[in-house]
Unconditional design. Structure first.
Length: 301
């Protein structure tokens, strides 16, 4: 029989694996239902699963600042990320945008310095710089490095790239607000309900059901992603409460690698060497940032 702590750790690790399917599946679904329609379907299913598993949340049970400011940041993050992936002009570009999203671990730590008085070591800044260089490396593709070429690449779809960067910032802000003001509560179910509502309103404003192409395969993708997202949040919660937190925190920083690998396989893409080099830079930079804060907090005074 598996010990409780080991079982909880494995459960938490399964959440990382499930989250790593997000970018590839999100792109695949939006190709059939459009940017807002596909995301609205996904978050509706996810909210339904969370309500069935946790019950309908009541706003009064959450601290007001966490509820309103945290809710605004969470919903804005999910909407921006979904639309960024949906607006990508190609499957390759959707993975580029997904990598920009994975700047959030570094940004969370950097924003924790002024917002939560986070202690850190000096190598936090080289770690952040390495992650940013990794994003540049991903965006440059097979071409040699040049600022004009990078800018030209972004100009081809500036809205999607801006949404991806803003999404990373919103999630980093949410993490810090939740840590400081949530008081141990989690309004994720309510936030997913709000996200689905916002996306359906946007869909009604910009599209119609005639533009949605239903098929058994894409419906399975929607139910899998909605269910896996709900399951991942529950699994992660169990993992961080009862499992090996250090191991889970370290493993979570490898999500960009898993996400890119799964996305490339699912979307049938062959990525250049520069893309994988950029992925490893982003992952390494995030780990350096985490280590800079971890050692600062654990060192004797």
């Amino acid at each position: 029989m598996i010990p409780v702590k080991q079982h909880a750790t494995l459960t938490g690790l399964s959440a990382i694996l499930l989250w790593s399917t997000t970018i590839g599946l999100l792109r695949s679904i939006t190709e059939s239902f459009g940017p807002s329609g596909g995301a609205a379907m996904i978050y509706s299913v996810c909210a339904l699963f969370l309500c069935l598993a946790r019950g309908m949340p009541h706003p009064r049970q959450f601290p007001p600042l966490y509820l309103w400011l945290g809710g605004l940041l969470f919903v804005s993050y999910e909407v921006c990320l979904a639309l960024a992936i949906g607006f990508a002009t190609s499957r390759r570009q959707s993975l580029e945008l997904g990598m920009i999203n994975y700047l959030w671990p570094c940004l969370t730590i950097v924003l924790a310095i002024p917002l939560n008085q986070q202690k850190f070591r000096w190598w936090l800044w080289p770690g952040l710089a390495l992650s940013l260089v990794g994003i540049v490396w991903v965006l440059k593709g097979d071409n040699s490095w040049s600022l004009p070429h990078l800018w030209l690449n972004i100009q081809h779809n500036p809205l999607a790239y801006c949404l991806a960067f803003v999404a990373a910032f919103f999630l980093a802000m949410y993490n810090n607000i939740a840590k400081r003001h949530a008081a141990g509560a989690s309004a994720v179910t309510l936030f997913f309900l709000l996200t689905a509502t916002v996306l359906w309103v946007q869909f009604a404003w910009t599209s119609s059901f005639a533009s949605m192409h239903f098929s058994p395969g894409v419906m399975l993708e929607i139910f899998f992603m909605g269910g896996s997202t709900a399951l991942a949040y529950s699994a992660w919660e169990k993992g961080i409460q009862w499992g090996n937190l250090t191991l889970l925190a370290t493993a979570s920083y490898f999500t960009p690698v898993l996400s890119t690998l799964i996305g490339a396989v699912w979307l049938q893409l062959s990525l250049p060497q520069a893309f994988w080099q950029g992925v490893m830079m982003v992952t390494s930079g995030s780990l350096i940032c985490w280590w800079a804060t971890h050692t600062a907090c654990s060192s004797p005074r």
